[in-house]
Ligand binder design. Structure first.
Ligand SMILES: NC(=O)c1ccc[n+]([C@@H]2O[C@H](COP(=O)([O-])OP(=O)(O)OC[C@H]3O[C@@H](n4cnc5c(N)ncnc54)[C@H](O)[C@@H]3O)[C@@H](O)[C@H]2O)c1
Length: 358
């Protein structure tokens, strides 16, 4: 196991992987610090009963590496990390004790890793962590943090939609364009509002019929059943629900010219690159376009604390970054996701060289 783990860590380029084990509070946690070249490794803490330890380790390694690229391409002086706690996310008895201990673990890493909420954890858990450790992000406005990241994520997705529309249609005017949104949750609703104001028409879906009714009333959206969104006539498909919805079946059905949405891990895997390129669909890499949330978290780490204007400027810059990624992808005949990782790695390499010269 240890040899294989080192092989994986070497392949992905992690600096540090730490295992914490405190059975008295039921804590089994793994923290993956992929890179601190640009700054402390920021990434959320998941809480999940993984089917196997291998899957938990894989998740931490994969996600922490992804955070390095996401933070770098967003122009943040922040590295990439991720934590997972192997436990039932519904745990109630002893939850506080578990998160206090987790906080001590993060504290002992001395600021190399900064934690935040993620799947299975919430603001309350992070506030528990904060009682013993200051290396946290993602707190409420009342607590001096940046509050709900979703409006920022939606704003970033909107900027990415404007840039990709400009590349495809030579105009960022969305009047008369139809956007199909999958998922009317936190991100989807804020995005729908921005798109409606910009004059776009919406086709939306969700597994929750109440959210669909609200979308019909609030945005005059056409609503379709969840499975039908892939067949909707649209210019832009915006996945804002769950991951891996673009697969070998759905890619054949999509009628869009652009894929630009907030969901993480939108493609099943890199076998989707070829069909997307063949269909001449512009793909906005998910970790570039949905970085608004993490930008908002990073803003909390500024010396003077969270800044609205700083967050706004960085989120608006997603427009320029998507332009750069799509332009370079076209010029080099590469898939945009590959280009985005290249841009992220180049920035890290520059910072590494600068450090070495200093
Ligand atoms: N919230 C953020 O700031 C943020 C930041 C980065 C990435 N993301 C990603 O964006 C996506 C949406 O995040 P969110 O915060 O809006 O989540 P959310 O849970 O608030 O909303 C997701 C919505 O999708 C719906 N849904 C679930 N499965 C569906 C399906 N098969 N078909 C149609 N609808 C379905 C849910 O009912 C819900 O309304 C997630 O993939 C998340 O990881 C969110």
């Amino acid at each position: 196991m240890s040899l294989e783990l080192f092989k994986e860590v070497e392949k992905r380029g992690h600096e540090q992987v730490v295992f914490f084990h405190y059975p008295e509070v039921g804590l089994k946690a793994i923290v993956g610090i992929h890179s601190t070249v640009l700054g402390p490794a920021l990434g959320g803490c998941r809480m999940k009963l993984y089917p196997s330890e291998k899957e938990a380790i894989d998740d931490v390694l994969r996600l922490s590496e992804g955070m390095t690229y996401k933070n770098s391409v967003a122009g943040l002086d922040i590295g990439g990390g991720k934590a997972c706690i192997i436990a039932d996310h519904n745990l109630s008895a002893g939850r506080r004790e578990l998160f206090l201990k987790f906080g001590e673990c993060v504290r002992d890493l001395g600021g190399r890793y900064i934690t935040a909420e993620d799947m299975g954890t919430g603001v309350k858990d992070i506030m528990t962590v904060r009682e013993v450790c200051s290396f946290i992000s993602g707190t409420s406005l009342e607590e001096g943090g940046g509050g709900d990241p979703s409006p920022w994520t939606a704003q970033g997705v909107f900027q990415g939609i404007l840039a990709s529309a400009e590349r495809y249609y030579s105009s960022k005017d969305l009047k008369g364009k139809t956007v199909a949104i999958q998922g009317m949750g936190h991100v989807g609703v804020f995005l729908a509002e921005l798109l409606t104001k910009a004059g776009a028409k919406l086709v939306v879906t969700d597994i929750d019929s109440r959210k669909l009714e609200a979308a019909r009333q609030d945005f005059g959206a056409e609503v379709v059943e969840p499975g039908k969104i892939y067949d909707a006539e649209c210019d832009i498909y915006s996945p804002c629900a769950v991951g891996q919805t673009i697969n070998s079946d759905t890619i054949k059905r999509l009628k869009c010219k652009i894929i630009a949405g907030g969901a993480n891990n939108q493609l099943t895997d890199d076998s989707m690159y070829k069909p997307i390129l063949e269909r001449k669909i512009l793909y906005c890499p998910d970790f570039v376009i949905n970085a608004g949330g993490v930008i908002n978290c990073a803003s909390e780490l500024l010396p003077g604390g969270w800044s609205k204007s700083w967050t706004e400027a960085k989120v608006k810059n997603i427009y320029n970054t998507i332009h750069e990624v799509l332009e370079r992808a076209e010029r080099q005949s590469l898939f945009p996701e590959i280009v985005a990782v290249e841009i992220a790695k180049e920035r890290i390499e520059q910072a590494r060289q600068k450090k070495a010269e200093a």
